[in-house]
Design a protein around this ligand. Structure first.
Ligand SMILES: [Zn+2]
Length: 611
């Protein structure tokens, strides 16, 4: 009888696509509403570091202290530390696995092989209370044995020293040009995250998976050749020792003027590039409530500055990077836009640095290339700036869930692009590229679910960037409505600012705030590669008007049609597109005098058909 019951039970298991998603149970740390629970905790790591950039050998040497606080309820017998430079160590896991480069739209490639560079980090000291600690390195992760278990609410100070050769091309995350320009991310031993979900997060750095980091304060002194210009996470703590009177005067003007001020002009930058200044200079930066610290240094850089709402917007670029003359205004626009959409930018400055890195983000610092096409230039600057919210404030686990930072950011980016290019053909149509990407990339049999870890994903640009952006666009516009969605999205951003959300926290927050059961939606978009099974029944042209303007990319005369598609789902129902959606169905093709309806019908079928 029991077996029969068991068999019956199995046979009636709910296989509906609308069944509840199997989310982890709520805990005192993570509530069922998606908010941090009453006993939410996370570790804290503060850093006081000193680093010297040796441009003769291209070696970076650092020393300092990590102040680590165990706020977990557990006693820790060891800690894990991230040594990302070991991506370039001989025989690294990444090299053995022969991790393929990441390829993005527009030919952007992140090659994690280091293009043959062999390096790696050397830990010269890792000590506590004057005693060296036992360590063991596993690729980019290092386990450090503690002298005695670190109980809840206890703290330990690590005394550290390290050095590594700076790669010319650091897998799209760091790099240098000769010995005169350096972009430095992942340059110091960083505490791995210990959390209530996975304990120690020890997935190695292989390239594609970015970072999961604790929040804390930084006090960093950087010694570089005199004559170098430096920018970094945080605010400059010794400006009177560093800035020239002219720079100080020009910076002050940036705070009183609505214009972009050239702190170092093109002519001055060109002159600085060949000027040799003997000795070194130490720049000290302090930052509070950040999860990482990055910097850039070099000679012969232009420097523009402006302010928005008291926040200093800085752009540093080479004299030959002409598109960057507009970069400061672009970053400032995006800063204002994101602050309005996602919550005020919380830090005193943001620096955009032009260089060899194709696009990378750190708190208050973004690295971007110079791009000829204005739309591309704005996109990369604005996208990296958007990361100041996801994940620099909302500190999700990038190594597991890139959709939670790249995806949420890319979704917000389309709004920022539409706002900047409002009223232009690009601004009016840019989001449609997501549909093209869907048609081209969401191919049955090859597409991977959004939940897949980034190191295992073949098409990361689709899976972690574009697909989540399309998913959230559809959720907002077609499922819950713009006002409800925006309210819920802002609530998620506010709840998890300075914290570590998991996917379930996002799902639960959106469902709780909108009052919608969205398990079916998340299941199909995130955990599967399910596709819509729809076909267009018929298309009726509601009006036709010759399009008088020539398309910029072609000299052909075009017509613009508004079409009213009707679709069916396995022939069980059909509906007309709501009038409000007509604009989405606007379709442009060559002008013709006859057979228009049938041609639209045929084109629309192929364009809309989704298998
Ligand atoms: Zn990104």
């Amino acid at each position: 009888m029991f077996l029969l019951l068991l068999a019956l039970q199995q046979s009636v298991a709910d296989s509906s696509p609308f069944r509840a998603l199997a989310l982890p149970a709520a805990t005192p740390a993570r509530s069922a509403s998606g908010a941090p629970g009453p006993r939410y905790w996370q570790q804290r790591a503060d850093y006081t570091l000193e680093a010297t950039l040796d441009t003769a050998t291209n070696i970076l040497r650092g020393k300092g202290r990590i102040y680590y606080v165990n706020r977990s309820p557990d006693a820790l017998e060891y800690v894990w530390v991230q040594l990302d430079q070991n991506l370039f160590a001989p025989g690294s896991i990444s090299a053995v696995l022969n991790q393929p480069p990441l390829r993005f739209a527009g030919g952007v490639v992140f090659d994690f092989s280091g293009k043959g560079f062999v390096g790696g980090i050397t830990i010269d000291r890792f000590a506590a209370a004057g005693r060296p600690l036992a360590t063991k390195v596993f690729g980019t992760m290092m386990r450090v044995e503690l002298p005695r278990p670190l109980g809840p609410n206890l703290r330990i100070t690590f005394d550290i020293a390290w050095h590594f050769p700076i790669p010319p091309y650091g897998g799209g995350r760091m790099g240098r040009v000769g010995s005169h320009f350096y972009e430095l991310g992942q340059w110091y031993p960083r505490m791995a995250v210990y959390d209530d979900v996975h304990g120690w997060n020890t997935l190695p750095f292989l390239g594609a998976g970015e970072f999961y980091l604790e929040f804390g304060d930084f006090d960093v002194s950087l010694t570089v050749p005199a004559g170098f210009l430096v920018t970094a996470t945080g605010a400059l703590a010794n400006p009177t020792a560093i800035r020239t009177p002219q720079e100080r005067a020009r910076l002050a003007r940036a705070f009183t003027s609505s214009q972009v001020v050239q702190v170092i002009t093109r002519q001055e930058a060109i002159a600085n590039a060949t000027r040799r200044v003997p000795g070194t200079q130490t720049w000290r930066f302090t930052a509070s409530g950040v999860r990482d610290f990055a910097w850039a240094a070099g000679s012969g850089l232009r420097w523009d500055a402006s302010t928005w709402d008291g926040i200093l917007v800085q752009t540093f670029y080479h004299p030959d990077a002409a598109p960057w003359e507009e970069a400061n205004a672009m970053v400032r626009f995006a800063l204002k836009h994101f602050s309005g959409a996602l919550g005020q930018y919380p830090w005193p400055q943001v620096s955009a640095v032009e260089g060899l890195i194709e696009g990378m983000e750190y708190p208050m610092v973004i690295y971007c290339p110079s791009l000829q096409k204005r739309e591309d230039q704005y996109w990369v600057l604005m996208h990296e700036l958007g990361h100041q919210w996801f994940p620099m404030q909302v500190g999700s686990d990038e190594r597991r869930y890139p959709w939670m930072d790249e995806g949420l950011n890319t979704f917000a980016d389309y709004d920022a692009a539409e706002a900047f290019f409002k009223g232009t053909a690009y601004g009016d149509t840019v989001r449609r590229e997501l549909l093209g990407a869907y048609a081209a990339t969401a191919v049955p049999g090859t597409e991977q679910p959004m939940i897949t870890k980034p190191d295992e994903v073949r098409q990361l640009y689709w899976t972690a960037y574009q697909k989540p952006a399309l998913m959230l666009s559809i959720l907002r516009e077609a499922v819950v409505g713009r006002n409800e969605f925006d309210r819920a999205f802002r609530e998620y951003t506010r709840r998890w600012k300075g914290k570590h959300p998991q996917p379930a926290d996002f799902f639960r927050t959106i469902s709780n705030a909108t009052g919608r059961d969205l398990d079916w939606f998340w299941r199909n978009w995130i955990y599967t590669t399910a596709r819509l099974d729809q076909a267009v029944d018929s298309v009726r042209a509601s009006w036709i008007r010759p399009w008088t303007r020539c398309a910029p990319e072609t000299t052909r005369r075009s017509c613009i049609y508004r079409i009213e598609p009707r679709w069916s789902c396995r022939s069980r129902w059909s509906c007309a597109t709501p009038t409000a959606r007509w604009r989405r169905a606007t379709y442009r093709s060559r002008c013709g005098t006859s057979g228009v309806t049938s041609r639209i019908g045929w084109r629309a079928r192929s364009a809309w058909r989704v298998r």
